[in-house]
Design a protein around this ligand. Structure first.
Ligand code: C2O
Ligand code: CU
Ligand code: CU
Length: 551
C-alpha cells in the first residue's frame, strides 16, 4: 500500500494543491570551525509556498548547521539563547564531562550565552545536538532546534567511504510534523507530513555510485521502518556511536527516536533513474509508535507505507566510490566478565503515545534526586525490561553502550557497534553494557526514553559518575552568568547569592585571578589575557560557576 505522504488538514486547500511539488532537500552547511556559535532564535519558515510557520532554529531558520568535529581536537561551542524561555544544548550523546553535557541542569537563560569546551573523544560517527531543558525539550525540538554533528577520525579517513559532504555523503534528518490550518506546527506525538532536513516532499540528487546517508530520526515519537521502494539491499556501516566491524546488508532498518545509522546505497549505473526511500509503517508491530494502533493518537501516516525521500540519480563524480568495503573497523565492546554490577530498569505504564504515564523503576524525574551512582572507569550491565504497553527508545547520556542481547538472543546485526538508543518493545527486554569513563562532576547525566513526549513527561532519571579514589560526591554548582561572552575584558556578572569570593581559573584549573567580597551583580575588569576561563563564585557551602572568554 503506497499513499502520498502529504496529509494536511483538508481545510487548507491552497496547501494541498501545491503540496505534490517536489522540493530539493535542504543540506545544512557543514561547519568546520575552531569555535561554533549556535544562535537559538525564533524564525518564520515557508515549508509550503505562501504559508508562514513559526519555528525555532540554531543559527538557521529551521534546524541548524552540521558541526564537523575531529577526534582528539577540542570542541568549542557558544550557545546563545535568544528565545523568551530557558533552553540548553545537549551533544547527544558524545563523551563529555557532566558540566559540558547540556542536560536539564545546565540551563541557558533567555538572553544568556553558554560557552562549552570539551575534548572530542568519540570515534568517527554521526551525533546530533538538541535542546534539553526540563519539560521543554520536545517543544523546542518540535519547533526545530536540532542539528547533526559529524565526528571524523583517522581510522574512518583511511577507509574508502564516500565523504564529500553534500555530494555523496548526506545528512538525512527525518521528522514528521503536523501543521495547523494557520500554518503553524501543532505540538503533538505524531505529524502527518514528513520533513527531511526541514524540506517537505524532498528529493535529492545523488551521483550514480555508492552514496552514504547519515540517517537520524529527529521525530517526537514516530518510529520509521526504512527501506527502498524496490526492496533493494543497502548496507548499514555505522550505528549511533561509530562504525561497525563490517557493513551489514539489509533491506529494512528500523530507526527509533534519537537513533542514527549511516548506510551505503549503491546507485552505480542508475544515472537518470530515481529511487524512493520509504518508511514501511505497515510492518511496524502495533506496540511501536507509528503503527495504526486503534487506541492511540491518529495520524494519516500511521500504519501505512509512505515516501520519505526521493533520490534522483545523476552522473557519477570524477572520483566515485564504487565498492562497498568488506570490513570497516575493530569494534571492542566491554567484556561482560568485567561488569561490576547489573542494574535492572523496568519500563512500566500505560497510555497513548503522547499522553501516557510511564515510569522507570516506578520513578519519575526529580531534579533533586540522583537515581544511580556509578564508579568512574567501571563497567555495568543494564537490563532494560519493558512491561508497559508500548515500545520505548531508551537512551543513556555519558557515552556509548553496546547491546548484549535482546530477550536472550543476539541483537540485530546493525546494532553490533557503539549505541546510545535502544528500542525495547512492549513485553521485551534488552541487556546493554557500558563503561563509565567521564565524571559527572556535579552535573548529573540523564537516562530516559527518547520519545520526546515521554521524556518531557518525566520518563527520565539521572545518574552520577564519581571517582572511587576520592569517594566524594560533588555538590552540584549553581549557575552564575556572565555577559558578554566573549568579552573584551570588561563584563557584567550575576551570582545567585552574594559571593564572598571570586576565583578565576583557566581550563586546566590554574588560578589566574582571585578577589574578595563582591556584590551579587556587578561589572568587572580583571587583568586577564585572551583565553577561556572558569569563574567560580563561592560563599560557605554555595558555589556558582560561569564560563568566561576574553578576546
Ligand atoms: Cu538526545 Cu537526553 O537526549
Ligand atoms: Cu543524549
Ligand atoms: Cu517512552
Amino acid at each position: 500500500m503506497l499513499r502520498p505522504s502529504i496529509l494536511l488538514p483538508t481545510c487548507v486547500l491552497s496547501i494541498v494543491s501545491v503540496a505534490q511539488v517536489m522540493n530539493p532537500m535542504a543540506v545544512p552547511p557543514a561547519l568546520d570551525l575552531d569555535t561554533f556559535d549556535l544562535d537559538v532564535d525564533e524564525h518564520v519558515v515557508n515549508f509550503y509556498p505562501g504559508v508562514n510557520t513559526n519555528t525555532y532554529g540554531a543559527s538557521a531558520p529551521y534546524l541548524g548547521p552540521t558541526l564537523i568535529l575531529h577526534r582528539g581536537d577540542t570542541a568549542r561551542v557558544r550557545v546563545h539563547n535568544h528565545l523568551g524561555q530557558v533552553t540548553s544544548m545537549h551533544w547527544h550523546c558524545m563523551r563529555v564531562p557532566g558540566w559540558a553535557d547540556g542536560g536539564p541542569p545546565r540551563e541557558v537563560l533567555p538572553g544568556e550565552s553558554w560557552f562549552v569546551e570539551f575534548p572530542v573523544n568519540n570515534r568517527a560517527a554521526t551525533f546530533w545536538y538538541h535542546p534539553h531543558p526540563d519539560g521543554l525539550t520536545a517543544e523546542q525540538a518540535n519547533f526545530g532546534v536540532a542539528g547533526a554533528i559529524v565526528v571524523r577520525d583517522s581510522v574512518e579517513a583511511a577507509l574508502d567511504l564516500p565523504r564529500s559532504y553534500g555530494v555523496d555523503d548526506l545528512p538525512v534528518v527525518i521528522q514528521d510534523r503536523r501543521f495547523a490550518p494557520n500554518g503553524n506546527f501543532v505540538f503533538a506525538a505524531y505529524g502527518d507530513s514528513v520533513l527531511v532536513n526541514g524540506t517537505s516532499h524532498a528529493y535529492v540528487e545523488c551521483p550514480a555510485q555508492v552514496v552514504r546517508l547519515r540517517l537520524l530520526n529527529g521525530s517526537n515519537a514516530r518510529v520509521y521502518q526504512l527501506g527502498f521502494e524496490d526492496g533493494r539491499t543497502f548496507h548499514v556501516i555505522a550505528g549511533d556511536g561509530g562504525l561497525l566491524a563490517a557493513p551489514v546488508p539489509t533491506d529494512r532498518l528500523p530507526l527509533s527516536n534519537g537513533e542514527r545509522a549511516e548506510v551505503l546505497v549503491d546507485l552505480t549505473g542508475m544515472a537518470g533513474d530515481s529511487l524512493l526511500l520509504m518508511s514501511f509503517g505497515s510492518e511496524l508491530p502495533l506496540t511501536v509508535p507509528g503503527s495504526d494502533h486503534p487506541l492511540w493518537e491518529s495520524s494519516a501516516l500511521n500504519g501505512i507505507d509512505f515516501a520519505v525521500l526521493r533520490i534522483r540519480v545523476t552522473a557519477p563524480t570524477a572520483d566515485p566510490v564504487t565498492v562497498i568495503p568488506a570490513s570497516l573497523v575493530t569494534v571492542t565492546p566491554p567484556d561482560e566478565a568485567d561488569a561490576v554490577r547489573t542494574r535492572t530498569k523496568i519500563l512500566a505504564g500505560m497510555g497513548m503515545v503522547g499522553m501516557g504515564m510511564f515510569t522507570i523503576n516506578g520513578l519519575m524525574f526529580d531534579p533533586a534526586v540522583v537515581n544511580d551512582t556509578m564508579l568512574l572507569g567501571t563497567t555495568e550491565v543494564w537490563e532494560i525490561e519493558n512491561i508497559s504497553n508500548m515500545a520505548h527508545p531508551m537512551h543513556l547520556h555519558g557515552g556509548s553502550f553496546y547491546v548484549l542481547d535482546r530477550d536472550g538472543a543476539p541483537p540485530h546485526p546493525w546494532e553490533s557497534g557503539p549505541k546510545d538508543v535502544v528500542l525495547v518493545d512492549a513485553g521485551a527486554s534488552a541487556r546493554i553494557i557500558m563503561r563509565f569513563d567521564d565524571l559527572s562532576d556535579g552535573w548529573p547525566f540523564m537516562y530516559h526514553c527518547h520519545n520526546l513526549m515521554h521524556e518531557d513527561n518525566m520518563m527520565m532519571l539521572q545518574y552520577i559518575v564519581v571517582d572511587p579514589n576520592t569517594g566524594s560526591v560533588p555538590v552540584r554548582p549553581e549557575a552564575a552568568s556572565i555577559h558578554p561572552v566573549p568579552s573584551d575584558g570588561r563584563f557584567t556578572y550575576r551570582c545567585p547569592f552574594p559571593p564572598e569570593e571570586l576565583r578565576i581559573t583557566d581550563t586546566i584549573g590554574r588560578e589566574v585571578h582571585r578577589q574578595g567580597s563582591l556584590p551579587q551583580r556587578g561589572e568587572l575588569t580583571p587583568p586577564l589575557s585572551p583565553g577561556t576561563y572558569i569563574a567560580t563564585f563561592s560563599t560557605g557551602a554555595r558555589r556558582a560557576i560561569a564560563h568566561l572568554v576574553i578576546q
